[in-house]
Design a binder for this molecule. Structure first.
Ligand SMILES: *[C@@H]1O[C@H](CO)[C@@H](O)[C@H](O)[C@H]1NC(C)=O
Ligand SMILES: *[C@@H]1O[C@H](CO)[C@@H](O)[C@H](O)[C@H]1NC(C)=O
Ligand SMILES: *[C@@H]1O[C@H](CO)[C@@H](O)[C@H](O)[C@H]1NC(C)=O
Ligand SMILES: *[C@@H]1O[C@H](CO)[C@@H](O)[C@H](O)[C@H]1NC(C)=O
Ligand SMILES: *[C@@H]1O[C@H](CO)[C@@H](O)[C@H](O)[C@H]1NC(C)=O
Ligand SMILES: *[C@@H]1O[C@H](CO)[C@@H](O)[C@H](O)[C@H]1NC(C)=O
Length: 930
């Protein structure tokens, strides 16, 4: 019997019964057996999946994330595992002209055997393979076996064979990881990272199926959207798998129905001529709804269908495309060469400030990442105004679902290729495997509107230049290898596949300047070119003067512990103390716990009671405050510099992507959302520091308080001064926007938004901690010409003198911006001294009431008898997030909402709800008296 596998949508499609039809036999599912011969283990397995989840489901191992099971189960990754199953096929599969086994992803060193015959091998987790099954299948019962070799053992064997060292050899001891992961084309963090455990998985991690057909089917299809002069053009590429022997005639159809655009032609294909390019041009009179980043407008997306029919063979692909342009602008910022080049993205002609974070794999076991997990994490990002994420080069090229969601949410993707913090081999087989990987992955992903750039690797330019691996004596060898991999091998492939986006050899890099200097720049983290990563735990990160002023910061971060409720899932109550073995075990960043304590104590009082457990819970809370305040200070700093160019050429900072959004296990890391999906304090703070309108108070070098107003999501245009200086200003006339390609209606809508947002008034109120009533209020009107301007400056002595506040230690500022209609568009607060030295009252913060608003929403009334800092609500075992958290309570009470992921039982919720503030940190056993 013939099966028609696809739901065809084009009218032409038919299912040719009686003629050889396309049949797909899906081998994914529960029918697999996972076994290890030397250990005599045999358990049921699922595909997609890995041996760890199979062993856990089969009761052979416990939760791999529990306590130090990552080390306890290191034997698992050192074994050689086999995935096998029997399956049955019908005669139309066996007799088909073409019978192919498609493995979308094998992890990693694999030999595939069907009915006892080897049909192929694979050694790169990031490539798909097609293995020829003609003449191998039989009607009825068949068997398949995928024999994996331990990636850990293979990495060691390859290292032995290598003529010279390819560092780093092993991860730092604190990571309890495996060695030489750079020898293998596998998720680099699966051998451990400084935020994650070592689980060197093996398994079939992507779909696996048999395709049987007559002569030819579509294997890959991709589309690039371009603006050529004043018209939109969609370049479609279709790649077919074609019969070896003869020419195949068939009909190729493509259509974008929303625009009534279609293509249809009879064509012939052969083994050597197996692809075809179609250009669809959207007539100029057709209004094209654009795709915009989160906050800038809609994310209009359209289906593009491609169909190939030849005899009974019918195959199709549907792509979702968005109309937008992307440009990376690297031009001189002034007429002085030593001032360097700009580095910013324009979407649809408009410079866009990247407000973002970095994405790591959401689980050590890819099969556990559900669409709901992705929806939750990416939704949580979009929810706090994040418009961009970097898919970091030590993980995996993410799933189709991931990029679809980014397209839908308007999250721009900075896509690294999967190479990270290491040197790599360059022997011919390795390079050829990488070449296949890069062309397959770029082809798979390039249709997505969300992707704005490709980058060769994570930090390898810096690593080489700054001698992280102590290779100076052999620098030229490693330099040659670097160029061979990222420039000679990868660059032409990416450029050939995608003419619409830039390829940067490394993240970070100096962009064009890196290229000019032979791909390794002298000052590889220059503030005057490209992007930078910034980590310095020795400086005071609550003080903006500690930071650099780069063109873009694509990584910066500070560690904090995950929420203690999340930690309790995997640790025993007795583990929950500062110095416990398990607490140290979870810390993969050498000396990280001490470093956090050192950062905390500059600003806050460390806990010091005799109760170890309460000290640890306090410590978790304090590290989260510190992380939130550090990243707030730094993110606001970058946003403030977007419109300023300093006399030394620094400034025009156009992006802030903090490290890191998500977590891979329950541990102290740089993440803002923990592994259990709880928002850490930082994530709540991101909502404020990435808000559309930001009031940003900070200290100038001379100690005065300066307040900036920063606007976002508005059309900005470039201006060249008469002296050659580049700057940005808010758009102020329709024609300059229409010139960029915006429709008149869209342009006028955007200008209206500028008008509404650019003027208003700022209220600065000063409070003494002893009272809920402000001591004094200053009000200033603002009328901005650029997206970020100073609107209020005052020395601390004037602030004190004019308000009657006794000292900086007694007071804090609360700031409110209202727009021209009097609506509150932003609020923020700023303590005039660090809490450690401030004269806080020992506030008693309480839950005054909890009421159910609806199935998923609970209203909470929080009250206090004094101003309270960093008021933190937590609820054990209920998934969701609060409308605000870690906040300043400067009124006797305040209402906060909780948005639950599932239906919520208010009784249960109330009994698991806790609230605290810094006043509750037990600094000693002697009660603090007010
Ligand atoms: C396949 O079938 C044979 C015979 O019934 C059986 O011995 C074998 O265990 C099966 N293999 C798997 C992986 O289920
Ligand atoms: C697939 O295998 C069959 C049988 O061995 C052979 O005739 C055919 O040429 C192979 N196809 C390709 C594309 O190698
Ligand atoms: C099914 O196929 C496997 C492998 O070819 C073979 O070992 C087994 O005996 C077969 N089982 C039956 C019931 O035919
Ligand atoms: C690597 O070489 C050493 C020394 O020759 C040998 O002892 C070791 O077994 C080798 N390891 C692998 C994985 O081949
Ligand atoms: C370059 O800029 C300086 C001021 O920064 C100005 O004095 C000079 O005239 C400019 N030169 C040119 C060629 O525009
Ligand atoms: C964020 O922006 C919204 C809408 O402009 C505003 O109502 C809200 O007060 C802002 N939040 C903060 C913390 O600034």
């Amino acid at each position: 019997m013939s099966l028609c596998m696809f739901g065809y949508t084009l009218a032409l499609a038919t299912c040719w019964l009686g003629v050889q039809a396309f049949v797909r036999v899906d081998l994914s599912g529960d029918d697999w057996v996972v076994s290890e011969k030397t250990k005599g283990i045999r358990v049921p397995g699922k595909v997609p999946g890995s041996m760890y989840t199979a062993l856990q489901d089969g009761g052979i191992i416990q939760d791999p994330l529990y306590r130090d099971n990552d080390v306890t189960y290191s034997w698992v990754g050192r074994g050689d595992w086999t995935y096998s199953r029997n399956f049955s096929v019908t005669s139309d599969v066996v007799k088909a002209g073409q019978v192919w086994l498609i493995c979308e992803g094998l992890d990693t060193i694999a030999t595939v055997i069907v009915n006892g015959q080897e049909v192929g091998q694979s050694e790169n987790m990031f490539v798909w393979s097609a293995f020829n099954l003609s003449g191998i299948l039989q009607v009825g019962n068949n068997s398949i076996e995928v024999n994996f070799k331990s990636a850990v053992k293979e990495a060691a064997a390859r290292t032995n064979k290598s003529d010279y060292d390819i560092p780093p050899a092993c991860p730092q001891a604190a990571q309890h990881g495996e060695c030489h992961v750079n020898q293998i084309r596998k998720e680099q963090c699966s051998f451990s990272w400084d935020w994650g455990p070592s689980f060197p998985t093996q398994g079939i991690w992507k779909p696996i199926y048999i395709d049987a057909y007559g002569r030819a089917v579509i294997r890959e299809a991709a589309a690039l959207v371009k603006r050529v002069n004043t018209q939109w053009q969609v370049d479609i590429e279709v790649y077919l798998d074609v019969d070896n022997e003869a020419e195949v005639k068939g009909r190729l159809d493509a259509a974008i129905r929303d625009f009534n655009l279609s293509f249809s032609q009879d064509l012939s294909f052969s083994k050597t001529k197996n692809s075809f390019k179609i250009n669809l041009i959207v007539p100029e009179d057709r209004e094209v709804p654009l795709w915009w980043p989160n906050g800038y407008g809609n994310q209009s997306l359209f289906d593009l269908e491609v169909l190939f029919t030849s005899g009974g063979d019918t195959s199709s692909k549907t792509l979702r495309i968005g109309f937008r342009t992307v440009e990376l602008v690297q031009v001189p910022v002034s007429n002085r060469t030593e001032h360097g080049l700009s580095f910013y993205y324009k979407i649809n002609g408009i410079p866009v400030f990247l407000k973002g974070s970095n994405w790591i794999p959401a689980d050590s076991f890819q099969e556990r990442i559900t669409i709901d997990t992705l929806r939750f994490l990416l939704g949580s990002a979009a929810n706090v105004s994040i418009n961009s994420l970097r898919v970091w080069g030590g993980g995996v090229y993410e799933s189709e679902e991931f990029y679809n969601l980014c397209d839908e949410l308007g999250i721009m993707i900075w896509q690294d290729l999967m190479f990270s913090v290491a040197l790599y081999p360059t022997y011919p087989e390795f390079l050829s495997s990488v070449a296949t990987e890069v062309s397959q992955q770029v082809r798979r992903l390039k249709s997505h509107a969300s992707i704005i750039v490709w980058a060769g690797n994570n930090e390898n330019e810096s690593a080489l230049k700054q001698n992280w691996f102590r290779i100076t004596s052999n620098y030229s060898r490693y330099y040659d290898d670097y160029v061979k991999l990222y420039v000679t091998t990868i660059k032409p492939i990416v450029e050939q596949e995608d003419s619409t986006r830039e390829y940067l050899t490394s993240s970070p890099s100096n962009g064009k300047e890196t290229e000019k200097e032979g791909y390794i720049a002298q000052d590889s983290s220059s503030q005057l070119y490209g992007d930078v990563h910034f980590y310095d735990y020795s400086v005071d990160q609550w003080n903006a003067q500690s930071f650099r002023i780069p063109r873009m910061a694509t990584e910066y971060g500070v560690q904090a512990w995950c929420n203690n409720e999340s930690l309790s899932r995997v640790l025993e109550p007795s583990d929950l103390s500062m110095e416990s073995e398990m607490v140290n075990h979870r810390q993969h960043h050498p000396n990280g716990n001490q470093e956090m304590a050192d950062e905390v104590k500059v600003h806050l009082n460390l806990p010091g009671s005799s109760d170890e457990k309460s000290n640890f819970v306090d410590f978790i809370y304090l590290t989260q405050i510190n992380q939130a305040m550090c990243i707030r200070t730094q993110s606001e700093h970058y946003r403030r510099y977007q419109s300023q160019l300093l006399p030394d050429g620094r400034g025009l900072t156009m992006g802030a992507l903090y490290w890191q959004l998500n977590d891979i296990w329950q541990a102290p890391t740089w993440a803002s959302i923990d592994y259990e999906g709880s928002w850490k304090m930082l994530h709540y703070y991101a909502r404020s520091f990435f808000n559309r309108t930001l009031i940003s108070p900070y200290r100038l070098k001379d100690g005065s308080v300066d307040v900036f107003l920063v606007l976002d999501q508005l059309p900005v245009v470039e201006v060249r001064g008469s002296d050659g200086t580049l700057s940005f200003r808010l758009a102020n006339n329709i024609s300059e926007l229409v010139k960029l390609g915006l429709s008149a209606s869209e342009a006028s809508e955007k200008l209206q938004a500028v008008k509404e947002a650019s003027s208003g008034s700022l209220r600065v109120q000063i409070y003494d901690y002893i009272s809920f009533n402000p001591l004094h209020t200053w009000t200033v009107k603002y009328n901005l010409k650029t997206a970020a301007e100073s609107v209020f400056t005052k020395s601390v002595s004037d602030l004190l003198a004019e308000s009657g506040c006794p000292s900086a230690e007694n007071c804090l500022l609360h700031l409110t911006a209202t727009d021209s209609d009097g609506l509150v568009v932003s609020t923020n607060w700023y303590p005039l001294a660090y809490p450690r030295s401030s004269k806080l009252k020992p506030a008693q913060v309480k839950i005054a009431s909890v009421t159910r608003a609806n199935e998923h929403t609970v209203d909470i009334e929080v009250s206090s008898d004094a101003i309270a800092l960093f008021v933190w609500l937590s609820v054990d075992n209920v998934r969701g997030h609060f409308s605000d958290n870690g906040f300043l309570l400067f009124t006797p009470s305040r209402r906060v909402r909780f948005y639950a992921s599932d239906t919520v039982d208010v009784g249960y919720f109330s009994s698991h709800l806790r609230v605290r503030s810094v006043a509750d940190v037990k600094t000693s056993d002697v009660p603090i008296v007010g």
